[in-house]
Ligand binder design. Structure first.
Ligand code: PFF
Ligand code: NA
Length: 438
């Protein structure tokens, strides 16, 4: 069986950016930022993206391109058949099943808001609307719509839809967020929102460092699709040699910029509409943006449809990258047909999605606490693998196609991914477990 490769050089970047940019940027980032002190969170988050995210992405690319396999097959083959490493790969596969479960529920919210913008259903009560629709049988139905769309795309194959959609969606999302943010700045009270979001609050950071840390790490990894095997899988389709370091930097910068832009929209809106930053919780982006659209009448309806639909597209290019992991595992490792694998995985995820759609506490456990723990543990394992199992092979793969700058820091990179980052991630896991235990 020959393995598909990306049709164009840009294909891989587009797919990886498509995976990275999604609800993590537009929905989860504002939520986490609001809940963890605004600017204090932003500061720590940006530092982690730079120091952990970029080298970590490179680690994932190295495993993927070296092995040309799904995460389980990759770890098994590169470790000469170690059961332990294959088991760890399974852990990553299971993680993606959990992630896509709650992700489908949020995707369903976006489907619902797209439809509701057409009719203007949330006009006049943007705040109450979110709490009325977020959990329950209707939320479940919309989650299934999103999940079915995801499964349909995954079934159709790796390269076809993804590349094309992402090319249109990325510029659209940037333009929309930037234009809306610019409009938002003109409103009374927007300044207070910018202040909350951007004025460095070092005192808060100091006082709450150990509470913010796990959330900042979890968000940085989640938004970069790191620690689940997604980036390993995408890099496994890389046919030719190209600079993995340059790709990692491009992806991290684009993805981070889109998250920061979303914050520039959400926080000024929350403050200028007099909405309590903390109370929105997982609804921060919906409540804020819906308030804005409602205040714009007919234009707001149109903007609403476009905004929610564009984010929905971004969400789909991320959810397919999650669902692709267990599917690729079943196809590659167990010879299951793509159709059967997709259907089976979608049914499993449907159970998880149902639990999340019907219970706010299950949803919160997965979307908040478990994301932070699982992503952190996942990346830690993958990077230990790069440093201690691949070792010099990782360096070879890193160097292939790398430019001068990347080559100059190959040794430090290996030290980072093999030792410093795993120690930091273990420390983060330890502090979050310690604080959970009281
Ligand atoms: N990075 C995606 C987002 O920000 O929406 C979420 C994600 C996709 C996480 C794929 C993990 C993953 F494997
Ligand atoms: Na993201």
């Amino acid at each position: 069986m020959t393995r598909e490769t990306w049709k164009t050089r840009a294909g891989f970047i587009l797919a990886a950016v498509g995976s990275a940019v999604g609800l993590g940027n537009v929905w989860r980032f504002p939520w986490m930022t609001a809940q963890n002190g605004g600017s204090a969170f932003l500061l720590l988050y940006l530092a982690i993206v730079l120091l952990v995210g970029v080298p970590g992405l490179l680690g994932a690319f190295v495993i993927g391109r070296r092995s040309k396999r799904n995460p389980v097959g990759a770890l098994r083959s590169l470790s000469d058949g170690s059961r332990w490493w294959a088991a760890f790969g399974m852990f990553a596969v299971v993680t993606t099943l959990l992630l896509v479960s709650f992700y489908s529920v949020v995707g369903g919210w976006f489907v619902r808001y797209t439809a509701a913008s057409v009719t203007g259903s949330y006009f006049g009560h943007a705040g109450a609307y979110f709490s009325a629709i977020n959990y329950g049988p209707a939320a479940l139905a919309f989650a299934f719509v999103f999940l079915a769309a995801t499964a349909a795309i995954v079934y159709a194959g790796v390269e076809k839809g993804i590349e094309r959609a992402t090319k249109v969606m990325m510029p659209a999302i940037v333009v929309l967020l930037a234009a809306l943010a610019a409009w938002t700045f003109t409103r009374d009270g927007a300044g207070a929102g910018l202040d909350f979001y951007l004025t460095p609050d070092v005192a808060y950071l100091r006082a709450h460092f150990f509470d913010i840390l796990p959330a900042a790490v979890g968000q940085a990894l989640f938004t970069l699709s790191l620690g689940t095997g997604t980036m390993i899988t995408y890099a496994s389709y890389l046919g030719d040699e190209r600079s993995l370091a340059a790709d990692a930097a491009t992806i991290a910068v684009l993805n981070t910029a889109i998250g920061v832009l979303a914050g520039l929209l959400v926080f000024p809106l929350l403050f200028s509409f007099g909405l309590d930053v903390g109370s929105g919780g997982a609804g921060a982006v919906f409540v804020s943006v819906a308030s804005a659209f409602a205040s714009l009448g007919t234009v707001g309806r149109l903007l609403g449809v476009v905004f929610f639909a564009v984010v929905l597209l971004a969400a789909l290019s991320s959810s397919i990258s999650m669902l692709e992991i267990p599917v690729a595992y079943l196809v590659d490792e167990h010879g299951v047909s793509r159709a059967k694998a997709t259907a089976g995985v979608a049914c499993l995820v449907a159970i998880g999605a149902a639990a999340c759609a019907l219970s706010s506490s299950v949803f919160g456990l997965l979307a908040n606490t478990l994301v932070n723990l699982l992503m952190t543990a996942g990346l830690c394992g993958f990077l230990l693998f790069v440093g201690w199992v691949l070792g010099s092979r990782a360096l070879d793969e890193y160097r292939a196609g790398a430019g001068d700058v990347a080559r100059a820091v190959d040794g430090p990179w290996l030290l980072f991914v093999g030792v410093l980052i795993p120690v930091f991630l273990l420390f983060t896991l330890f502090t979050s477990v310690a604080s959970a235990l009281g």
